[in-house]
Design a protein around this ligand. Structure first.
Ligand SMILES: Cc1ncc(C[n+]2csc(CCOP(=O)(O)O)c2C)c(N)n1
Ligand SMILES: [Mg+2]
Length: 276
């Protein structure tokens, strides 16, 4: 199963809501958030919100306590653990931030299942305040993709992952997501890949409207139970195809080596004696 990479979006894919809104709402700062949003880019609003919460006396522990209560479907963690134990390379590509994602993954006991987390930087500074920055510094240059928000083009991240997987000999990618930011990476997937859009969420609508642009095989899911069922079934199917193509490869090597061809009766188990 070494040939499969599974790439997860985080908000509304692994957890069941948007982590930024969850923290802001649970800490009672929704009104200020809504006031600031029309005035500056999303990551700057979040960084400013962390400053305001710090000024109000909210600690890193308060933020982490809220994050540990983020709702998640009970089958998502088992699905991730199984995919990891089967040898898949699991990665995250998210427009949330590293501090929120790591806090939640550590709490769920699945941080070590992931080989890579691509997201907006987020860390606690020397004062004990959480700082949040854009993944892509759009003030110095644009990433140039008009499908994606200015701070992150998930499609570019997928292309980088594809290049690194090719070097490791990994052949198949499964991508799971829900949001409009997951459409661009879905378009980068190849014929042999799979995309799992969450049904009736923005990426699903975009894929349905632009089916001919998507080369990967499409498998929708509704909730964590379906996520688990569909994902594990795909992993099983891909693995069977992998082992089948390996065995046919060995057969063709045998033929090229001009070993004495096996006759049909030699290849089969001995026939049962008749009338004895
Ligand atoms: C113009 C604009 N609007 C909104 C956002 C923020 N944003 C969009 S989806 C999302 C959830 C991210 O998590 P995930 O990718 O894990 O679903 C966030 C935080 C933005 N960056 N730019
Ligand atoms: Mg999402």
């Amino acid at each position: 199963m070494a040939g499969i990479a599974v790439v997860f979006d985080f908000d509304k894919t692994i957890i069941d809501l948007d982590s930024d809104n969850w923290v802001v709402d649970e800490l009672g700062a929704t009104d200020l958030f809504n006031q600031l949003l029309p005035t500056m880019p999303w990551n700057f609003v979040m960084d400013r919100m962390m400053k305001e919460l710090y000024a109000q006396g909210k600690t890193i522990d308060d933020i982490q306590e809220v994050l540990r209560r983020a709702p998640i479907h009970p089958r998502v963690v088992p699905a991730i653990k199984t995919a990891h134990s089967l040898g898949c390379d699991l990665r995250i590509v998210s427009d949330a931030n590293l501090f929120y994602i790591e806090t939640i993954l550590v709490h769920l006991g699945i941080r070590d299942c992931f080989s890579e987390i691509n997201t907006n930087p987020g860390y606690v500074n020397e004062e004990g305040r959480l700082r949040i920055f854009p993944f892509h510094d759009f003030q110095s240059s644009s990433h140039g993709c008009n499908l994606c928000p200015p701070n992150m083009c998930k499609g570019m991240i997928i292309e980088r992952i594809q290049a690194s997987l090719a070097k490791e000999g990994k052949k198949t990618m499964i991508y799971l997501g829900d949001g409009s930011g997951d459409f661009c990476p879905s378009l980068k997937l190849k014929d042999e890949d799979y995309v799992m859009p969450r049904k009736n969420f923005p990426v699903w609508d975009l894929i349905c409207q632009n089916r001919s642009l998507v080369r990967a095989e499409i498998h929708e899911w509704n909730d964590g139970e379906e996520l688990e069922r569909v994902l594990l079934k795909l992993i099983e199917t891909i693995s069977l195809q992998e082992s089948h193509s390996k065995s046919t490869w060995w057969l063709s090597v045998d033929c090229k080596m001009e070993t004495i061809p096996m006759t049909a009766h030699e290849a089969l188990p001995p026939a049962l004696p008749v009338n004895q």
